[in-house]
Design a protein around this ligand. Structure first.
Ligand SMILES: CC(C)(COP(=O)(O)OP(=O)(O)OC[C@H]1O[C@@H](n2cnc3c(N)ncnc32)[C@H](O)[C@@H]1OP(=O)(O)O)[C@@H](O)C(=O)NCCC(=O)NCCS
Length: 169
């Protein structure tokens, strides 16, 4: 049931003009997989390829001129409430090429994608981040995300992770 609702939301997704941010194209995948491996030390080609097919419109890529320099992959999470289905989203993965970090590409990527999320009626965005990942936590806090829960063992054995939320509606 949730898959059907998600597909419906994605089909009706409204895309807006974004500054230095576009939706993923198949030709970008090798570079995205490289940036992912560089950022996380592991390759999860399947996740990237799967989301680029199912959630293309909310798989955002940032470019410097014609070069892919980072990406942010979201998925939708419809939540049933008394008012019907609430649209929430989750950041599955975000990473910026090492040579382009600290130049506000990550911040711009989040700001532009959040604008589109708001326009499409997403009420909250969630993410999970390792408690030791201070650059990412600082970035998320700068964008208005708040820590809502501490979770052990989901981002590695004996590792602590924060669940963070940004309420946008
Ligand atoms: C986290 C990450 C995406 C940040 O991207 P970025 O483009 O370098 O970040 P930005 O330049 O847009 O920084 C925006 C803000 O984030 C914070 N920030 C980013 N990197 C930081 C660092 N190394 N140390 C401290 N604060 C940092 C700062 O508040 C910064 O604002 P400021 O420059 O005005 O001080 C990048 O470091 C990365 O790809 N890391 C590897 C993958 C990863 O950890 N992803 C997150 C998994 S949950």
């Amino acid at each position: 049931m949730k898959d059907i609702i998600t597909n419906l939301f994605i089909r009706k997704w409204v895309q807006i003009e974004k500054k230095n941010v576009v939706s993923v194209e198949d030709s970008m995948l090798p570079e995205i997989i490289r940036i992912q491996a560089e950022g996380f030390g592991t390759k999860s080609r399947n996740g990237v390829r799967r989301y680029s097919k199912r959630m293309k419109k909310i798989f955002y890529v940032t470019k410097s001129y014609d070069q892919v320099v980072g990406y942010c992959i979201y998925y939708l999470k419809p939540v049933l409430s008394l008012k019907g289905f609430m649209k929430k989203s989750v950041i599955y993965s975000i990473s910026i090429d090492k040579n382009f970090r600290r130049k506000h590409y990550g911040e711009n990527l989040l700001r532009e994608s959040i604008k589109e999320m708001r326009l499409n009626g997403i009420s909250s965005i969630f993410l999970y981040v390792n408690a030791k990942n201070l650059p990412a936590i600082r970035l998320y806090e700068k964008m208005g995300f708040r820590k809502i829960k501490e979770i052990k063992d989901i981002c590695g054995l004996k590792e602590t992770c924060y669940e963070m939320e940004l309420r946008i509606l």
